[in-house]
Design a protein around this ligand. Structure first.
Ligand code: NAP
Length: 254
């Protein structure tokens, strides 16, 4: 991804944290925010080499980035991620709740631990991160929080009772928190991707899925990152809050 000349960058001097920034949509988001001039924290759980590669790419673009390991389903590690960011750059302007996992299986085969692992990261993790960062944003009376939901949370998807419950939860959470934080200049929005080419969707039965996508193809991580970049931009997206935007090739049409 090419960086823009500095005077055209919409996130110059902003600080952005992308949870799960080492791979997939998070990686594309980290690169897109950096291309707009943001200093980026690339959070990851275990892929330190992949996270370091994202940082290196941003530095080669002339940007600034740092990789920070933290399991965002753990409150103490979330606090440490916030602290590492503020120690490095003194503030947080944009927070992208992107980290997510799947543990797909049909309801009757779903073990409580399959349910819990997905809820812990995909829903509780969003709560823990949003609570931690909103404390800082409320004080500064400005900030952008962008939550990655999914079409599964809107239309359901067999084999994903845990995942669709978590993602529907993220959409409801986004609306409530948007209302709570709006008076202090903090916006909260959700992005609901359809099927995007990443490690998460590798090996899914493509033919069946493609029939349900009007545009007839999987999306690319960069196509989701483009919307996230817009929602982070100031003033372009300053008057948008509590919304869920689909990037799904037309799967969900409201
Ligand atoms: P992915 O390629 O599997 O990447 C997942 C990312 O999450 C990785 O960076 C991973 O870090 C990180 N992660 C996993 N567990 C974590 C934890 N406990 N703490 C912090 N980070 C953690 O996934 P993706 O397809 O890009 O998905 C990104 C987001 O989009 C997820 O919320 C997903 O539910 C959502 N989404 C994806 C699709 C799709 O079709 N791909 C569709 C709808 C929604 P490591 O590299 O260290 O493991």
């Amino acid at each position: 991804m090419e960086a823009k000349p500095e005077n055209l960058q919409q996130l110059k001097d902003k600080v952005a944290v992308v949870t799960g920034g080492s791979r997939g949509i998070g990686k594309a988001t980290a690169l897109a925010l950096a291309a707009e001039g943001a200093n980026v924290v690339v959070n990851y759980a275990s892929s330190s080499t992949a996270a370091d590669d994202v940082v290196k790419t941003i530095q080669e673009m002339g940007g600034e980035a740092v990789a920070v390991q933290a399991d965002v389903s753990n409150a103490e590690q979330v606090d440490a991620l916030v602290k590492a960011t503020t120690e490095k750059w003194g503030k947080i302007d944009v927070w992208v709740n992107n980290a997510g996992i799947t543990r797909d299986t049909l309801l009757l085969r779903m073990k409580p631990q399959d349910w819990q692992a997905v809820i812990d990261l995909n829903l509780t993790g969003v709560f823990l991160c949003t609570r931690a960062v909103s404390k800082l944003m409320l004080k500064k009376k400005t900030g952008r929080i962008i939550n990655i939901a999914s079409v599964a949370g809107q239309m359901g998807n067999p084999g994903q009772a845990n995942y669709s419950a978590a993602k529907a939860g993220v959409i409801g959470f986004t609306k409530t928190v948007a209302k709570e934080l709006a008076s202090r200049g903090v916006t909260v929005n959700a992005v609901a991707p359809g099927f995007i080419e990443t490690d998460m969707t590798e090996g899914l039965a493509a033919e069946e899925i493609l029939k349900a996508i009007p545009l007839g193809r999987y999306g690319k991580a960069e196509e989701v990152a483009g919307l996230i970049r817009f929602l982070a931009a100031d003033p372009a997206a300053a008057y948008i809050t509590g919304q869920t935007f689909n990037v799904d090739g037309g799967m969900v049409m409201a």
